[in-house]
Design a protein around this ligand. Structure first.
Ligand code: ADP
Ligand code: MG
Length: 276
């Protein structure tokens, strides 16, 4: 169970938090489009049976022929399942409700936490012969809100976890447990796994609650917390219903600009991995 090699291949980031509604999918959609807009080649892997990342990136349900489900059960390769989006440099492996039954289907398979990792390794084996736009520099995995076999697959395949935390009263509840889970996965499934960073979402600069949450989360995670705060912004919530990523829907809004700043911060943090 060696680590997925770094260097010339993509950096693989799992966007995870066992809480629902904290901005995982929104971050997967908007961070991936921002990264692609500044010249990175990005693959999103949708691992949530709700398929919201797929919808948000404009993939119709009927177009989801090969999905992350087919990849995880070994029926399709990542290179077959990755669909182009309206954004040059951005592809997505879509998801649909097939994922709901996966946990039960894999119950007796001994390699079940490593299905995605194996699929990534297969893709990397053919990397030099792939067209340039499929030689990704980033793979972002949108995880479901649970610590299911899907999230374990994401964390076993990833170099690092990106943790969205919503600026709300219960922000830190469950987060120390989640941090312990990451430590546990590092000790068992994936020795290289680290926290890439913690992104504070739905921040409202007018409230003292948001200010307090920022202080508390910075107190707990220190410099792992990105400087960029993602504001609560109605444009962010509206964009998916127009089937458009936010930066195409409204480039100038505060949400778009925040995700572009976050993309720059992540690239800056990733720089030393690329130097090798
Ligand atoms: P998760 O994937 O963690 O369950 P989502 O990304 O789906 O969370 O976000 C939950 C809800 O919050 C969605 O309706 C989404 O549109 C909304 N939302 C997320 N981020 C923002 C934001 N910055 N401003 C306003 N609404 C947001
Ligand atoms: Mg989600």
């Amino acid at each position: 169970t060696g680590a997925i090699p770094g260097g010339t291949g993509p950096r693989i980031l799992a966007i995870a938090n066992q809480k629902g509604g904290v901005g995982k999918t929104t971050t997967a959609i908007n961070l991936s489009t921002a990264l692609a807009a500044i010249g990175e080649r990005v693959l999103v892997i949708d691992l949530d049976s709700q398929g919201n990342a797929s919808t948000g990136l404009g993939i119709d349900v009927q177009a989801r022929i090969n999905t992350s489900y087919n990849v995880l059960v070994g029926e399709a390769r990542l290179t077959d399942a990755a669909l182009p989006t309206a954004i040059p440099g951005l592809r997505i492996v879509p998801a649909n409700a097939d994922l709901v039954g996966l946990e039960a289907e894999l119950i007796s398979e001994s390699d079940r936490p490593f299905r995605l990792k194996n699929a990534v390794a297969q893709m990397l084996a053919s990397f030099p012969s792939l067209p340039e736009d499929e030689r990704y520099s980033y793979v972002l995995i949108d995880c479901p809100p649970s610590l299911s076999v899907l999230t374990l697959n994401a964390m076993a395949a990833a170099h690092a976890v990106l943790v969205p935390v919503q600026c709300e009263f219960f922000a830190l509840e469950g987060i120390s447990q989640f941090k312990a889970t990451i430590d546990q996965i590092r000790a068992t499934l994936n020795p290289v796994l680290e926290i890439q960073g913690v992104v504070l979402t739905m921040h409202d600069a007018r409230t003292s609650l948001s200010k307090e949450v920022v202080e508390n989360v910075r107190g707990f995670f220190g410099s792992k917390v990105y400087d960029t705060l993602i504001p609560r912004n109605t444009r962010v919530a509206e964009a998916p219903s127009h089937g458009k990523p936010l930066i195409l829907y409204d480039y100038d809004c505060a949400g778009s600009q925040a995700y572009i700043r976050l993309a720059s911060e992540i690239i800056e943090r990733e720089r030393h991995y690329r130097a090798a």
